[in-house]
Design a binder for this molecule. Structure first.
Ligand code: HEC
Length: 180
């Protein structure tokens, strides 16, 4: 019985190998479309509100001395900084918004987006080491404010083009912890 199974198994394995070899390599164009993101499925504005603005709030909370209380809070903070790192990369690609292609074509747009990624990357080790150095957090927060303001001054219209709006910061202004 054992012998019989071995005999069967060999031709099957050979067939499987032959199948692999016959598979044509993916054409270059198809390969490229897998590796590059040419358009986001949402607007820049939605990416801004969903990824950037969300994660920025954690950096600023830390700078204001609103520190995580437990493991769960630190996980939230770390996750937010990965969002910031990725969010900067996302911002470099046009989305579905009316002006997205125009904006992302500008050099300073690309630089400010890269800076978001860099700021997220600089915040990550602080989160990993669970730093309670509020001055260090505030220094990162200050760089972030400059970044947002500079780009908004250059590009942000009065009313967001896709109607996605920032959630009220009323809670923060009333001093309620971001972690509550
Ligand atoms: C690379 C440029 C750029 C950077 C950097 C940038 N923004 Fe924006 N942001 C924009 C543009 C442009 C819009 C408007 C998009 C639209 O209307 O389609 C916008 C929209 C927004 C909105 C939604 C509109 C509103 O008024 O509620 C929020 C919130 C926001 N940004 C927050 C931030 C924060 C916080 C930062 C920094 C952490 C930041 N942005 C950094 C370009 C930028």
């Amino acid at each position: 019985m054992h012998k019989y199974m071995t005999i069967i198994a060999i031709p099957l394995a050979t067939l499987a190998l032959a199948g692999c070899q016959q598979e044509a390599p993916a054409p270059a164009a198809e390969q490229a479309s897998r590796n590059t993101l040419s358009q986001l499925p949402v607007s820049t504005n939605a990416a801004m509100v969903g990824l950037i603005d969300q994660s920025a709030d954690y950096i600023w909370a830390m700078g204001n001395g609103d520190l995580p209380k437990d493991d769960h809070d630190w996980h939230l903070v770390r996750g937010a900084f990965y969002d910031m790192i990725l969010g900067g990369a996302v911002m470099k690609v046009p989305g579905t918004g009316e002006f997205d292609a125009q904006w992302t074509a500008e050099d300073n747009w690309q630089q400010w987006s890269d800076e978001l990624t860099q700021i997220g990357q600089d915040a990550l080790p602080l989160a990993e080491s669970r730093s309670t150095d509020i001055a260090a957090w505030r220094a990162i927060g200050d760089r972030l404010v400059d970044n947002c303001l500079q780009c908004h001054e250059a590009f942000k219209p009065e009313v967001p083009s896709q109607g996605v709006l920032h959630e009220s910061t009323e809670r923060e202004s009333r001093g309620i912890s971001i972690f509550d």
